[in-house]
Design a protein around this ligand. Structure first.
Ligand SMILES: O=c1ccn([C@@H]2O[C@H](COP(=O)(O)OP(=O)(O)O[C@H]3O[C@H](CO)[C@@H](O)[C@H](O)[C@H]3O)[C@@H](O)[C@H]2O)c(=O)[nH]1
Ligand SMILES: [Mn+2]
Length: 574
């Protein structure tokens, strides 16, 4: 429907049904345009980022809305008032420096116990909320309202720079008061020499002309002296001229596959190419220029989407995110190279985004350490002396305090928190590890990683809406967690038998090692449950793997410390 809605409000008819009365309802239908960018062999379509950029350009000539809402194909609007709430931030005082308003991702169709932490509550109600106080949350790909002008790679009208080791000195910089000869990027848009446009935005004149309009219309309302870089009210109420054939033809040329050739689309303009987590990178670039963002949690969920609820798809999703993070770590988007416009803690947080998959290496060691101590009969430390116990107490208290903070402050339940912890360990020892390996492959050998779409829920089963949950598709991502579970179980058996058959049973050592081993296993409970499938339908594959791993480990253990050795020495020494 490439037709602008009528300018005047059009009210509906009473109709002949008692309940459906449209007399008070504005029945105008907004302009609706379906777009599909051109894909052609020989041209990299750049996945989602490419699709978004085509859409941004075409919409600039079709409607040129100063604000844009972006969704994934698996999300939809759940609260029609949400956009209005976001607009309040954009149009109010301080709105001139806001690049986007991010809403939390909420999901539907997830099993009630949320076995694989699909709701991601610690992230969406804890971390993102905290980031809101550090100049803004990250962009997470969907449910986000953008200022069109910020997408184009321009700088905000004013920024704050943080100088000093921990960014303790604030330096405000106002683009309008600076001389044109200053920072090239900071010059106001009107100063931008036009000849630059083809290299930057491509050859479309109509598109380049639309930029200044979008910038002006997107400014906050100048209804109070404290509003900076505002505009008088009414700029958005101007009737739009109807679209003619020439404009539509222009839009079509803007979504052709060659349009971006030798332009800066995907490099500095629009959604950034070359990462499987283009969302984080795109948001980071904006923050790096000094834009701020806002996290908007509405009472009624703003938008909702679906998520993969079976173990395999979930792990693959986490794998893709972690791979994106590793890519960020090895790219110029690493927060170590961030500009001074990032706050110190914000930089730390972006640094964490790039680093977290690497924690898998340590996590795996931690998961194997208790088993090692049970196998060897040596506890993690030589003796349970007060120093060790003090350390243990300190770490445990920190952990509990962190948990309390997250639970109390973000309002999530203890159970949800525990699910998140469990999935962190499961994902950490499988997907994160694979991501680190994949990322290293890409950096060192240049082997590319493909963007596999997150599997969407299959047709619903009438008997069981969560039938998806029990689906098991074998993936090599299962190997490390299976190995850790197997090794820990065997270690427990070995530890107990060693203690029982020993002349002088050392229960404290057993208790120490056993406790930590159990702690590790508790984290893997959802994983194990997932592998069991529906009750009574355990796939044979699981038994085969479990058997294989236990035999290997037993053999390994026998070679390292023969059993007769153990009996004669009373299980104290190896
Ligand atoms: O060639 C492509 C591939 C993807 N998409 C879109 O990108 C989204 C990708 O997300 P999905 O497969 O649903 O993966 P999720 O893991 O659910 O997505 C999260 O993580 C992605 C980054 O890995 C972000 O792009 C998403 O916005 C964010 O919701 C899809 O919904 C599509 O709308 C395209 O338009 N074209
Ligand atoms: Mn999705």
């Amino acid at each position: 429907m490439i037709k602008n809605p009528h300018f005047d409000v059009v009210y509906g008819d009473a109709g002949d049904h008692a309940y459906v009365d449209f007399t008070d309802v504005d029945v105008r239908i907004p302009m609706f345009v379906y777009l599909s960018r051109e894909k052609r062999p020989g041209y990299d379509h750049n996945k989602k980022a490419g699709a978004m950029n085509a859409m941004v350009r075409a919409s600039a000539v079709l409607s040129n809305g100063p604000f844009m809402l972006n969704f994934d194909c698996d999300h939809y609007v759940y609260n029609c008032q949400a956009i209005r709430e976001a607009m309040c931030y954009m149009l109010d005082r301080g709105g001139d420096r806001i690049c986007y308003i991010q809403f939390p991702q909420r999901f539907e169709g997830i099993d009630p116990s949320d076995r694989y932490a699909n709701h991601n509550t610690v992230f969406f109600d804890g971390n993102m909320r905290a980031l809101d106080g550090l100049q803004g949350p990250m962009y997470v790909g969907t449910g986000c309202l953008f200022r069109r002008y910020a997408i184009y790679g321009f700088n905000p009208p004013r920024v704050t720079e943080y100088h000093g080791v921990v960014g303790q000195t604030k330096v405000p910089i106002d683009a309008h008061t600076r001389s044109a000869g200053g920072d090239e990027e900071l010059r106001p848009l009107t100063d931008h020499p036009d000849h630059e446009a083809p290299q930057r935005f491509g050859k479309s004149k109509t598109f380049v002309e639309s930029i200044a309009v979008a910038e002006y219309q997107g400014r906050p309302l100048q209804d109070h002296p404290s509003v900076r870089n505002g505009r008088p009210p009414g700029a958005l109420l101007m009737p739009r001229p109807p679209l003619d054939a020439a404009t539509v033809a222009e839009a079509v040329s803007l979504i052709s596959c060659w349009y971006e050739d030798s332009t800066e689309w995907g490099l500095r303009v629009g959604w950034i190419y070359g990462s499987v987590t283009e969302d984080v990178v795109t948001g980071y670039r904006m923050h790096n220029r000094g834009w701020r963002s806002v996290y908007c949690i509405t009472k009624r969920d703003a938008f909702r989407g679906t998520a993969p609820i079976n173990l395999t798809d979930r792990l693959h999703q986490v794998l893709r995110w972690a791979t994106g993070s590793v890519e960020i770590f090895f790219s110029k988007n690493n927060a170590l190279c961030a500009s001074r416009r990032l706050m110190f803690l914000q930089r730390m947080s972006y640094l964490n985004v790039g680093i977290y998959p690497f924690t898998s290496l340590f996590l795996i060691m931690y998961c194997l350490l208790p088993a090692l101590s049970l196998f060897s009969g040596q506890f993690i430390v030589a003796t349970l002396d007060p120093t060790f116990l003090c350390y243990l107490l300190l770490i445990t208290t920190t952990l509990i305090l962190l948990c309390l903070l997250e639970v109390k402050w973000s309002g999530i339940g203890l159970e949800e928190w525990w699910r998140n912890e469990q999935f962190w360990v499961i994902g950490g020892t499988s997907a994160h590890l694979a991501a680190v390996l994949q990322g290293l492959l890409k950096v060192t050998a240049g082997i590319e990683i493909s963007f596999t779409l997150t599997a969407k829920a299959a047709a619903e089963d009438d008997d069981d809406p969560y039938a998806e949950l029990y689906l098991i598709k074998w993936t090599s991502l299962f190997i490390p967690p299976l190995a850790i579970i197997g090794i820990n179980i065997i270690a427990m058996v070995v530890g107990v038998s060693r203690c029982v058959y020993a002349e002088i049973p050392q229960y404290s050592k057993l208790l120490g090692g056993g406790f930590f081993s159990f702690w590790v296993l508790a984290h893997y409970y959802p994983f194990a449950k997932g592998l069991m499938g529906r009750r009574g339908r355990t796939p044979t594959l699981v038994y085969v793997w479990a058997g294989l791993i236990s035999i290997t480990v037993s053999l390994l253990w026998i070679t390292i410390s023969p059993p007769d050795d153990r009996i004669s020495q009373g299980g104290i020494e190896v």
